[in-house]
Design a protein around this ligand. Structure first.
Ligand code: SF4
Length: 304
């Protein structure tokens, strides 16, 4: 196994926090690096909700491309585009779904996309009055201090002499934590490295458009150089953790020494549950791992 190049992405960071063992299974392989072709979303959707979220992201991305090129979508074309993306993802999943639940959820997701177009942050783009704007592929990294940073905003809109970087979250937890604020800051780090964008943070504003409890909530995230520094410290911390996990995975490909998931919930929808020590219960597996690691360290103390 070759060493990984240093990278940071929101998906990788959240996965590492949720389960280091799972992170190693997903990322500690060269062909699973985030810049490998087709590596985004290359895992099978584990739930209907995940499938719908990915579908909405794909359709929205296509919609943005066509808006940018002044192509109009009719309501029937929107449905067609949604169903095409949905069925493609469904085909690659192993999900067995209840058809009436699926059709209800598709209707809800279509409504969610419709409402996204009416948000304050995006409606001018949709109506064609957006002025200067651009959209980005999250797979496009910026290289900062040797780290490939995958933190592109979804959209950037130029108004009142500043660029507003917009992050769209199709699923968001009810409350925004400190960690998420720092993640949003990374959009500015990313933008500062792009040709065509200004090179000072005063030229940017940050907005988040998040789906919370059935509505799109829009809010501005205050920017400061202190938060910017803290955000990059988060990246450096995650990169160090990733390297540690990778070294453990290289030293022991059974991954027996790697920490398991924080919460049972992560295991419940994990594709790697079969064959994982937590397959029959996370708490028991953690206890067995703890005992094994203690006895190993005692054994090595005696040898030393
Ligand atoms: S089953 Fe749980 S502990 Fe095992 S890899 Fe998956 S998330 Fe991690």
């Amino acid at each position: 196994m070759q060493p990984l190049s240093s990278f940071w992405s929101q998906t990788s960071s959240r996965l590492m926090n949720a389960c280091p063992r799972l992170w190693a299974l997903v990322y500690a392989k060269p062909h699973k690096r985030p810049d490998a072709p087709g590596s985004a979303d290359n895992t099978r959707p584990r739930t209907l909700d995940e499938l719908l979220t990915r579908t909405m992201r794909k359709v929205w991305r296509r919609r943005l491309t066509d808006l940018y090129n002044h192509k109009i979508w009719s309501p029937s074309y929107k449905l067609q585009a949604f169903m095409k993306a949905f069925n493609k993802l469904l085909k690659n999943s192993n999900l067995t779904l209840n058809s009436s639940l699926v059709s209800r959820k598709i209707t809800q997701s279509m409504r969610q996309l419709e409402r996204l177009e009416q948000t304050l942050s995006l409606r001018n783009i949709v109506s064609g009055d957006g002025g200067r704007w651009a959209y980005f592929d999250r797979q496009r990294p910026a290289l900062i201090d040797g780290v490939k940073l995958y933190a592109a905003p979804d959209v950037a809109v130029f108004t009142h002499h500043r660029w507003t970087l917009v992050r769209i979250q199709f699923r968001a937890s009810p409350h925004q934590g400190w960690y998420q604020v720092l993640e949003h800051m990374l959009m500015v780090h990313w933008a500062l490295q792009q040709p065509g964008f200004p090179d000072n943070i005063e030229a940017f504003r940050l907005k988040v458009v998040a789906w919370r409890r059935g509505v799109w909530v829009e809010h501005e995230v205050p920017l400061s150089s202190t938060l910017m520094r803290q955000a990059f410290a988060l990246v450096e911390h995650d990169v160090r953790e990733a390297k540690w996990i990778e070294r453990c995975a290289l030293a022991d490909p059974s991954l027996a020494a790697l920490p398991l998931a924080r919460h049972e919930m992560t295991c419940n929808i994990c594709h790697h549950r079969k064959g994982c020590p937590a397959g029959n219960g996370l708490t028991e597996a953690k206890e067995e791992q703890r005992i094994r690691l203690v006895s190993l360290s005692e054994g090595s103390d005696e040898v030393g």
